[in-house]
Write a protein that binds this ligand. Structure first.
Ligand code: NAP
Length: 373
């Protein structure tokens, strides 16, 4: 019997920057190479603020495919009747208006992290998606990589006990002294800074190991404590650390940090238990290995067994999240069960609190929906 034809999701891509190019190249990879046979992807249109940029993008990143439409506005992508889902790759502070316009035009949305400028914007988008019966997901690609599934299995199978402390850091040297102040990492109007750009990655491991742990029973963080060091260049956060306590059911803590002026540590995430540790190697947005250490007895710290698991994949690893979007839309689901709306809201609530405690306010007009005080 012939296998059923895959469900093909028809994409419109918004913006022609770095991350849109990564995502687009992965959409074009042969799904069979990653063992996917039930869904596939087709790029219908690319939208940019200039049609020349859209054309150049298609030439450089989409195999010069003349069937892909190049638009000089994002609106034309939303309005294209052949597009089913829109991928949003603009800077964070534009996500709200871009996603809102796409949803209002009847398109499902995959939106880059950080999903919005603040949690109020995100909740507004989620309400709209619900009203319009459309799928919406934050592009938290790391959570869909096979390694994340395996870390979750090890974290929850019981040998290590309950999580106690998680340390996670994502840092990268952006050479900010030599960047224009209008660069998206430096410009407060674009939500610049380490927290919103790098912060989602330490957060996904905290969410996976602590929030998702069955013993946590989906309890939200009880306290968030944040601290920010700003760059004198533009006042956005340059080095940021924050602690999240999960004490309602678990008695666990995540100690997280992000910096845009230093490189990453070799080990980016350590999840600590009384019976051992899980060590995840950098880069924590796309790790290819992790090591589990087992102690001889609970609390001894004496490692008697170590197991390292390694992973590999072709392409960049963004196609796993694209496959999730395709499956959810095929099945009529409003959100992903793996990275649902609750988790995106958790992240944005934490970021709001860290920014508030660290005294990082966006310029007036940036936040399109203001938090209720
Ligand atoms: N998932 C990941 O691994 C990952 C990695 C990096 C970044 N990101 C996220 O993706 C988003 C974009 O990051 P990026 O590195 O791709 O940025 P980028 O290279 O600067 O590209 C952003 C694009 O957004 C469009 N844009 C619209 N209005 C803009 C404005 N006022 N200023 C600058 N660009 C504007 C531009 O495309 P047009 O000129 O075509 O309109 C620009 O090329 C951010 O939210 C970031 O956090 C995710």
């Amino acid at each position: 019997m012939a296998a059923a034809a895959p469900f093909v999701l028809k994409w419109g891509v918004i913006a022609t920057g770095y991350i849109s190019s990564c995502f687009t190249k992965d959409l074009l990879a042969d799904p069979k190479e990653r063992g996917t046979t039930d869904v596939a992807h087709k790029i219908i249109a690319v939208g940019s603020r200039s049609v020349e940029s859209a054309q150049k993008f298609i030439e450089e990143h989409a195999g010069k495919n003349s069937e892909i439409k190049a638009y000089g506005t994002y609106t034309e992508v939303y309005a294209d009747p052949d597009v089913t889902a829109v991928y949003i790759g603009t800077p964070h502070t534009l996500h709200y208006e871009n996603a809102k316009a796409a949803l209002l035009a009847g398109k499902h949305v995959l939106c880059e992290k950080a999903t919005t400028s603040n949690a109020a914007e995100l909740r507004d988008l989620l309400a709209l998606a619900k009203e319009e019966k459309l799928f919406f997901m934050e592009a938290m690609w790391t959570r869909f990589q096979p390694i994340a599934k395996e870390v979750k299995r090890v974290a929850e199978e019981g040998s290590l006990g309950l999580p106690v402390v998680l340390h996670a850091d994502l840092s990268a040297d952006f050479d900010i002294e030599n960047k224009p102040k209008t660069h998206r990492m430096l410009d407060p109007k674009l939500g610049g800074g380490a927290l919103l750009d790098l912060g989602p990655y330490p957060m996904i491991w905290a969410v996976l190991a602590l929030y998702e742990h069955p013993a946590n029973k989906k309890a939200l963080p009880t306290t968030v404590t944040g601290s920010i060091v700003k760059t004198p260049l533009t006042g956005v956060d340059m080095n940021t650390s924050w602690t999240i306590n999960f004490t309602e059911t678990l008695k666990a803590q995540a100690i997280l940090s992000a910096s845009m002026t230093i490189p990453a540590n070799k080990t980016g995430v350590i999840i600590r238990y009384r019976n051992g540790n899980i060590l995840i190697q950098s880069p924590i947005y796309r790790p290819l290995s992790f090591t589990v250490q087992y102690f001889d007895k609970p609390g001894s710290g004496n490692v008697v067994r170590e197991e390292t698991k390694t992973f590999s994949h072709t392409g960049g690893g963004w196609y796993y999240e694209a496959d999730e979007v395709a499956r959810c839309i095929r099945d009529g689901k409003p959100e992903s069960e793996t990275w649902g709306h609750d988790k995106s809201c958790l992240l944005m609530d934490v970021f709001d609190q860290v920014r508030k405690q660290g005294g990082y306010e966006f310029p007036p007009g940036v936040e399109k929906v203001l938090p209720k005080h």
